[in-house]
Design a protein around this ligand. Structure first.
Ligand code: PGA
Length: 250
């Protein structure tokens, strides 16, 4: 299981480092097959890396260029240098707040992969799409455009996180059954896109109001390899409870 702890803008660098130290201690002997990735804000990455040993560090975004006239942005090269292994891309909050398009997210994805890190590509439909019944075609378009031009050599470095936008806190979770339907659709897409065997390599996560109470139910089906957790991952005790619930899964 892959548990990605998206800290969003909830924690300062020192707070995140403290959280990582607590979770590292709690993980001793309890982690099972779980890989935990903590994604702080940019200024927190170095302290987080120092605090982590089993836990891997990820960023919440990056630019698609290596250097240049981009005030306020951060390059994949810099993120690699401070020890990031994963980069979250195309989170619905970035799409909504900063107008990120599939094309823009795709450019970032290529840059991250070329720099030897893994992408966590977020896809998910707004409520209007769910109500309309066109979720499947919406997700396929996000996948097609988000992964455009990415060769199968990179399939092992691709993680897809399915997060229905309306399910993200404070929205309230999807049902596991509906999440599994979309997770299977994502898997089918990946097999078509990268080939039957290599298309099995990318991991598929669910995210949206995950907590210690519902974590297990969202990992019951083998279409799901892990969870992208926001709010509930910003507290060490709650993150450890989630890990505990899924530690014996795959
Ligand atoms: P949430 O956020 O767990 O707080 O719903 C998930 C996410 O947006 O990554």
């Amino acid at each position: 299981m892959l548990i990605v702890a998206n800290q969003k803008m909830y924690r300062t660098p020192k707070e995140t480092a403290r959280l990582i130290r607590k979770v590292e201690t709690g993980l001793v002997g309890a982690a099972g097959k779980v890989q935990v990735v903590v994604c702080p804000t940019f200024p927190g990455l170095s302290l987080a890396k120092e605090a982590a040993s089993k836990i891997k560090i990820g960023a919440q975004d990056c630019h698609y260029k290596q250097l240049g006239q981009f005030t306020g942005d951060v390059s994949p090269k810099s993120l690699k240098e401070v020890g990031c292994k994963y980069i979250i891309l195309g989170h619905s909050e970035r799409r909504a707040n900063w107008g990120e398009t599939n094309e823009f997210v795709n450019a970032k994805a290529k840059a991250v992969l070329r720099n030897g890190m893994k992408i966590i590509l977020c896809v998910g439909e707004p409520r209007s799409v769910r109500v309309l019944g066109t979720t499947k075609s919406y997700i396929k378009k996000e996948l097609r455009e988000g992964l455009e031009g990415i060769s199968k050599d990179y399939a092992k470095d691709v993680v897809i996180a399915y997060e229905p936008i309306w399910a993200i806190s404070p929205g309230g979770p999807d049902t596991p059954e509906d999440a599994f339907v979309i997770a299977r659709l994502i898997r089918d897409f990946l097999k078509e896109r990268f080939g039957k065997q290599i298309g099995k390599k990318p991991k598929v996560l669910y995210g949206g109001s995950i907590n210690a109470k519902n974590a297990k139910s969202f990992t019951e089906d083998e279409s799901i390899d892990g969870l992208l957790v926001g709010k509930a991952s910003t507290d060490a005790k709650s993150l450890l409870e989630i890990i505990e619930k899924v530690k014996n899964k795959r």
